[in-house]
Design a protein around this ligand. Sequence first.
Ligand SMILES: *Cc1c(COP(=O)(O)O)cnc(C)c1O
Length: 431
Amino acid sequence: MPKLNHKKSKELFKKAKRLIPGGVNSPVRAFSAVGGNPLFIDSAKGSKIYDVDGNEYIDYVLSWGPMILGHSHPGVVKALKKAAEKGTSFGAPTPLEIELATMVRKAYPSMEVMRMVNSGTEATMSAIRAARGFTGRDKIIKFEGCYHGHADGLLVKAGSGAATFGVPTSPGVPRDYARNTLTLPFNDLQAFKKMCERTGKNIACVILEPVVGNSGCILPKPGYLEGLRKITSKYGIVLIFDEVMTGFRVSFGGAQRAFRIKPDMTCLGKVIGGGLPVGAYGGKKEIMRKIAPDGPVYQAGTLSGNPLAMTAGIETLKILSRPDTYKKLMAKSEALEDAMKNAAKRAGIATKFYRAGSMFCTYFTNQEVYNFTDAAKTDTALFGKFFRKMIEKGVNLAPSAFEAGFMSLAHSQADINKTARAAYETFKEIS
Ligand SMILES: *Cc1c(COP(=O)(O)O)cnc(C)c1O
């Protein structure tokens, strides 16, 4: 197969590196974990993304999750154009915020009251502040390999880019912040129970990705989430589900719906912005009434709830609410799972493929993955080779062994077949 031409991307990367740290505005985009140069993108449509050199790729990154309808969905684009003409931000309430909040609450009944913010990071940071304000406690628990955005105090044993780059605790985070963040292995209920027995009354909240998408795709063991729910209730600890990634991904109602757990608070982002910057946090009335101006816990945002972002979110959720939409999305995701597992088997390579709804990950290991330590056993060098060869075959995966891939409604059976063919050939080449 002739190598694709990446001339323009290479030139742009050189220029970008002079102006922007690593040439990118978010670390994993730089390809440093997999080698090679990042692709500079010109446009995207449906399941395809096009780089500045004119190459076409089937896209499973989907802007790291948001583009669940596929890129530049005509309905969303049309609504955005109309909204832009009316004004892009007013710094005053609009009916659109009520419309999106109503749709979100319908899908996530545990979010009785919610606030819109501009990113997942803002959502988790604010949810934790609310939980601390509500309980009057300082300490929080998070799990190894879970990523909750880049707020100080959450960059402790975090996944995503922080896992990719082996920065368990980032320089620049004061020790005093990190001191209040206790970390535990995911899927170990005994460890959680022990910590609560020791210091449960000092813990404001526990925050987790109910399916860990920022170390690949780690499913909760049966009974684990139920156990967390039970123990947190006992100690008055606020249970926060960070569903920034799993929201509208694992199911329409997220992981809380799929696993039938009612958290005290939920964080959303990614899909609810339909490709524009949005986050949301919400939960029990008595907690959310602590937020200013109802209560004393301060949290604000100049562009929060702005009409463009709300419009993209509303249009996306409207389309997702249509009958049979998730049936279709799940069927596509299942087809990809079958095809990928089959390709690995035929090629005789040891991989573990996991999927939760429309998110998935391939680990290059022959052991089951239950936590970050297991995930870290994936052969990252082999993944790097896999990744680079898949790009050359026209398949765009996340440039890290510790990131989830995503399926969209725009992916076709032909896309899935082509992906599986490319994966089979690549598995053969690298094994
Ligand atoms: C992406 C992500 C975040 C951070 O969201 P940003 O919009 O990048 O700030 C937080 N939590 C989880 C689970 C995520 O996947």
